[in-house]
Design a protein around this ligand. Structure first.
Ligand code: HEC
Length: 156
């Protein structure tokens, strides 16, 4: 005799499958609509920028930033260091995108508005590499959608 709870009646299985599908679709829709990411946020400690980006960033940094922030990013007369805890603490908890946009909109402080988002992304990658954050295999795409998803976290 078959126990009553085991039944392989096809319409029931279809109904069950449709039910699960509907629930998954609802969860997906809610997360898309509210913008909550299901644990997919990346951190700058995960190797999100490439070695090529660091190299390009270093060149741009030397041209545009070093005269104030120093060759080794240690800061200058009126310009803060970009390699110490004070710097990191200003940005931990914010996104990579926020720092890229700050640099693009505010730096160089005596004549901002010339740094492109791609350059700012490269320079920011360089700055984090000088703070001992690792490079990874992939190039970080310089779009706000991507950059805003990357969280600035303490070093591992
Ligand atoms: C003319 C000098 C000068 C140049 C050139 C310059 N900066 Fe700055 N930078 C400053 C000053 C001054 C501040 C502090 C601004 C403030 O406190 O409002 C600053 C602040 C910053 C900060 C914030 C630091 C923190 O602790 O939060 C970053 C990041 C930064 N600069 C990056 C850059 C980058 C990248 C470049 C090159 C594209 C650059 N700066 C070029 C003078 C300069």
């Amino acid at each position: 005799m078959t126990p009553p709870f085991v039944h392989f009646h096809l319409p029931c299985r279809l109904a069950w499958g449709a039910g699960v599908g509907a629930i998954l679709a609802t969860v997906l829709t809610i997360s898309l609509v509210t913008g909550t990411e299901p644990a997919s946020t990346r951190s700058i400690a995960d190797g999100v920028f490439s070695a090529a980006q660091i190299n390009r960033g270093q060149k741009a940094y030397e041209n545009l930033c070093a005269r104030c922030h120093g060759d080794e990013l240690g800061g200058g007369e009126d310009s803060p260091a970009l390699v110490d805890d004070d710097f990191l603490n200003n940005w931990i908890g914010k996104s990579f995108g926020e720092l890229v946009e700050y640099t693009r909109e505010e730096m160089p402080s005596d004549g901002p508005g010339k740094v492109t988002r791609k350059q700012s992304t490269d320079i920011t990658a360089y700055v984090f590499s000088k703070n001992d954050y690792p490079a990874g295999p992939g190039e970080l795409e310089p779009t706000l959608d991507v950059l805003n998803q990357i969280l600035i976290t303490p070093k591992k």
